[in-house]
Design a protein around this ligand. Sequence first.
Ligand code: AMP
Length: 369
Amino acid sequence: MIKLHDKYFEPFLSEEEIKRAVTKIAGEIAADYKDEVPIFVGVLNGAFMFVSDLMKAYPHPCEVTFVKLSSYQGLTSTGIVETLLDVSEDIKGRSVIILEDIIDTGRTLQQLVHLFSDTNVKEFKIASLFYKAEIYNGEYPIHYVGLEIPSKFIVGYGLDYNEHGRNLNEVYQIKQTNMINLVLFGKPGAGKGTQAGFLKEKYNLKHISTGDVFRYNIKNGTELGTLAKSYMDKGDLVPDEVTIKMLQDEVEKNPEAAGFIFDGFPRTTAQAEALDNFLDSKDMKIDATIALEADDEILIQRLLERGKESGRSDDQDEDKIRNRFEEYNQKTAPLKDYYEKQGKFHAVNGIGDIAEITARLSKVIDDLS
Ligand code: AMP
């Protein structure tokens, strides 16, 4: 086992296994391109080792160049990917083979396809050393695959965890220790966000608030934000397919998290089922759903107060608040049954001193282990 920054990793693929995957791709490309000189385009930084070894294993004439993309850092689900080093000019009429170290959600791939669709190459194909079939959205064909791997976070052979680990000769997989995943449940104004803020510090968890992610997207004028705003302004729920996809992206973006607090998700049975299936595919699960309970009239007062301070329009109008409660009663309340059937539902009194409520929640969490 090795340690990079604050995380532990265990051996996953040996040098020999990696070499076999690289040689396999080189052989397949060589068979297809023996009569012309392809240009390999490595995607920096992760693919540099793969590109180097693939070139060494490639038996015919070939050329190489690089592009560099960077995933936008921060709270976004739109998959904004920036181009840092663009395609070189002299690829006109040529056959291009894009070399990626790993394909998971397909977000970077989408940007690459976009980038090369705008050029006048003869054709372009995608080769990826590693491929996480379980989470790839399947939008574009991947022509050459070295190895299919499970959707766990990996480092080594060019791949990094916060820039460390790229120099490892083997590939390592993250070692997950006692993950805790919580759903904070309750009506708008119940104090989910406030309590999540304390719990995430205490238990070292990643807090995902779907409401916050939507608001972030609205503030930044993204496509997702524009879509969500039309629903949020009325106090309606944003459609499941949009919200589920967004939530999955947020989890994917934090492969090193010691656990998650889901705040404001799931809000429908379809979302709860999607969450269970998704977590299952990653060898994860919900440990507890904790409901913060409070009386409607108290919540309305809290929300109106909050609306004055934050300027949130859906908190300032009593009709919108009542509509959100209505959405909750119809669509979200049935989730109590859903989690009770799994033996995971815990109710906590959400009225009282903030610290006192944190203590009640902590007791539920501490009793889990
Ligand atoms: P919140 O900040 O959790 O109160 O969420 C504010 C608004 O964002 C809600 O009224 C919905 O319009 C939208 N929203 C947040 N989470 C979800 C979700 N899980 N499903 C659908 N809509 C959501």
